[in-house]
Design a protein around this ligand. Structure first.
Ligand code: NAI
Ligand code: CS2
Length: 492
């Protein structure tokens, strides 16, 4: 039996809802809600309760939490022998605003969406937070502009009062507040995007411009969109996770398992107030950018490298991948030789030590973090994880062989078949385009690599036009498809 430290939710008293969260997934339950629970337990302040909503998937979680009185457990594993089991009671309401399937009754989803919009428009709501994944912002990953041609955004432009996207909900709720003379809420993105506050602002303002120029300039001038860097590894739950919690006496279908480490760095710009969560370890700073870039390039960049190389080689989890000596040394080399030199950190941050701490976190033997989960949505993730750093190095005349190998591996991965011929679904908004490219150029590696590099919504132009980089991607791709992982690593 592992050592378990149990922390029950202290307060049976309901909190006043002041934060609406969009994107009730695993991460929200194990990160933001945990900070708020600890804040409430320490301070006794019940004025910062949460309403958490899903917009398009995981209706089961919304209903499940509702049935459980919004209480659930978070198991924070230091390693497989030591964990803290925390009961969370800070979510007061869960909502589901939309369904993807046309077979769902319009009435039911219209009703919940109205409740959500009313909640967001209420003067009690002071902050709206988001974890809707990178693709939930509907931005062109390379340029950061709103994708006005996406059918979901087209729908929100046509029917702004019945929004289906996160930017659409924000615009409509802000419009209602403006109309009613209520000060705007602060919008805090907690997704793994560079400048996530600025990008969210871009999505919201550009969508509002389609509707009303005055509203757009009011949002641009009056609404705060602070940036944040979030960090905690929270894998999707597996049956084995539920079983090991059941052994501890926790039979909770809404529970989440995560690592013990947690970090949150937030730009301190909350005109309508915020919980004083510094005491829980939240770092409130003037500029998040250096921390965000460090985390995206070093942690997430390594994750993606491991995900594509490992998944192609038939490795299932981060733990197994980081215990492969060659992959582990590739990650170290990528972090120290290609990512760290691009970072300008405040004094006192030791990037060598950071790289070691990341490898130690990846080696946590209690998490089953599947590489296929990290590999999803590569088109939305790679610009900030690998490509912006490689672009800076290319501009300075420096090579990025690990990133070139990563891009080659990603191209291979997006064919939907590993190196042993096993098929898997490619989960990415651009999956259809990938399939077409592989179909068209599959037998001509030069043409295939050139077509991928020409995707200017993912690839920075100047990097794609760096002949040495393009050649390195091609050589790595050929080595990978010819002799597998070993040959690809050998050409590095
Ligand atoms: P999850 O799969 O448990 O939940 C995904 C959430 O995003 C769900 O609430 C889903 O409804 C929503 N969503 C997906 N596509 C959407 C769309 N197009 N529009 C609106 N909502 C959409 O994933 P999880 O673990 O909660 O991660 C979510 C995000 O949190 C990640 O993409 C990342 O940006 C951030 N994050 C996750 C970490 C982790 O270790 N799981 C750590 C750090 C950040
Ligand atoms: C992962 C991240 O799923 C992914 O792409 O790289 O979500 C990672 O687990 C977190 O960012 C850790 O904070």
């Amino acid at each position: 039996m592992p050592n378990v430290k149990l922390i029950s939710s202290s307060s049976k008293q309901n909190s006043q809802i002041a934060i609406v969260h969009l994107g009730l997934g695993a991460f929200h339950r194990a990160h933001q809600a945990v900070y708020l629970e600890r804040y409430r337990q320490r301070s006794g302040d019940v004025t910062w309760g949460l309403c958490s909503a899903n917009l398009r998937s995981s209706v089961g979680l919304v209903d499940g939490l509702s049935a459980a009185g919004h209480r659930y457990h978070v198991a924070e594993y230091a390693d497989s022998e030591n964990l803290t089991l925390l009961e969370i009671g800070v979510i007061e309401e869960t909502l589901f605003s939309g369904r993807d399937g046309a077979d769902e009754g319009m009435d039911s989803w219209g009703r919940d969406r109205e409740v959500l919009l009313a909640r967001m428009a209420s003067s009690d709501t002071r902050v709206v937070t988001l974890t809707v994944t990178e693709k939930g912002y509907f931005l062109n990953p390379a340029s950061g502009d709103l994708r006005n041609d996406d059918p979901m955004i087209v729908g929100d432009i046509a029917s702004p009062q019945q929004p289906r996207t996160a930017p659409g909900l924000l615009v409509e709720a802000l419009a209602r507040r403006r109309e009613a003379g209520i000060a705007p809420f602060t919008v805090l993105s907690c997704d793994n995007m560079p400048d996530n506050g600025k990008r969210t602002r871009q999505a919201v303002v550009q969508l509002a411009e389609q509707r009303d120029a005055d509203l757009a300039s009011w949002i641009a001038n009056e609404v705060a969109f602070p940036c944040s860097m979030v960090d905690r590894i929270v894998p999707a739950m597996t049956d084995a996770d539920f079983e090991r919690l059941a052994v501890l006496g926790v039979n909770d279908p809404n529970a989440v398992v995560c690592e013990a480490f947690t970090q949150w760095v937030v730009e301190d710009h909350f005109p309508t107030g915020r919980p004083s969560w510094e005491a829980e370890g939240v770092e409130m700073v003037a500029d998040v950018a250096p921390f965000e870039t460090m985390k995206l390039r070093m942690l997430n960049g390594s994750h993606s490298l491991l995900a594509y190389l490992g998944a192609l080689a038939g490795i299932e989890t981060v733990y197994e991948g980081v215990n492969n000596a060659e992959l582990r040394s590739l990650l170290r080399r990528y972090m120290l030789e290609e990512a760290a030199p691009t970072l300008e950190m405040p004094e006192g941050i030791d990037l060598d030590a950071y790289a070691d701490s990341l490898l130690a976190r990846f080696a946590n033997d209690s998490l089953r973090h599947r590489l296929q989960q990290i590999a999803m949505d590569g088109s939305q993730k790679l610009p900030q994880r690998w490509l912006s750093g490689a672009l800076e190095r290319s501009t300075a005349g420096q090579a990025s062989p690990c990133v070139a190998l990563g891009v080659a591996t990603w191209i291979c991965y997006t064919a939907g078949q590993d190196l042993h011929g096993n098929s898997y679904p490619v989960d990415d908004p651009l999956a259809k385009r990938f399939a077409e490219l592989h179909q068209k150029h599959g037998s001509d590696p030069s043409a295939l690599v050139a077509a991928y590099l020409a995707m200017d919504d993912v690839m920075p132009n100047a990097l794609a036009q760096d002949d040495a980089f393009a050649q390195a991607v091609l050589v790595a791709y050929q080595a990978l498809t010819h002799g597998g992982l070993n040959e690809a690593l050998a050409v590095l």
